[in-house]
Ligand binder design. Sequence first.
Ligand code: COA
Length: 299
Amino acid sequence: MPLTTGISQLTFRQDYFGDPAAFAALVALLHETFGIDVSVQDRFGGPDPTSMPFAYFDENGICAANLSVFSMPMMVDGGLVKAAGFQSGAVRPQWRGWGLYRDLMRRAFSWCDAQGFELGLLLTDKPAIYQPYGFKILPQHQFSGPAPVAAKPIGASRSVLLDNAGDVALVKRLLRERTPVSSIFAVGVHAEMFLLNGCFDPSIRLSYLDQPESVVAWKSGEADCFRLLDVVGKTIPPLSVILAALDQRPSRVEVCLPPDRLDWQGMPEPFRSHTSLMVRGDAADRLRQPVMLSPMAEF
Ligand SMILES: CC(C)(COP(=O)(O)OP(=O)(O)OC[C@H]1O[C@@H](n2cnc3c(N)ncnc32)[C@H](O)[C@@H]1OP(=O)(O)O)[C@@H](O)C(=O)NCCC(=O)NCCS
């Protein structure tokens, strides 16, 4: 039903990604609001097919406001949980303060509850907006410590480039087949954010290891430090095997995910970021150990 905001008449639409003009209008909204170009997803097969967008459009097809939900199964405390991520929340400046976002949040959260999602996740620099809807901040911790004792290299590694179609196909296959990188808190199966984050941040390095077959996302940190962002494969190699395959001999390691499957232990330390991870739902209560959402899963 059309909604009059006092500025113009807006029409609510849900699940509109099948309409290329409407999707392009969302791309423009996100570019103007966050300075990101989500149309790079075209290279990887288009938007996440599990996405359920909720939005208002004006009479010229401009996307005035949007909030999208997508399915991202998560490993939480040893069990796979039906989880939803909330992203692309934005309202154009001329339509702010009219309650549009409140309306979209109510619709999106009710839709998720009806679908039986056990966990809701979002990242925000404005946590107060979401607290009335049952979201709580989940403090994040990265894990740091000395590098493990060096292992002998057991295989070869090479760089993976996301502008190479063969490499994209390889990464997508491994993302489909992956074992969650942590049994405590990690993405189950989800490809789109890993690929997008790999494109958005040019300092992220992706390397293919042939034994065990996996793709490692990492960065060279400051002061002889290796930062591990994610590992994608059926088998998660120990950290010592990863470092040997990449020919890295750092003195310190920072791991941006719970390291329980890496045969290495680090000290949890608070992860400082301008955004907070917020969670909602019963499954969130099971998280009692320090956790961090891999930066490759950020949305
Ligand atoms: C944040 C944003 C989506 C709000 O849109 P909006 O349509 O003006 O919001 P609404 O008028 O529907 O307000 C909804 C609620 O959020 C609160 N709110 C709005 N902006 C807020 C802010 N910057 N900080 C804290 N609370 C805010 C309102 O007070 C209102 O609370 P109420 O329901 O208790 O009255 C919009 O300002 C925006 O697009 N900002 C830039 C992008 C952004 O920050 N997106 C959210 C990232 S997670």
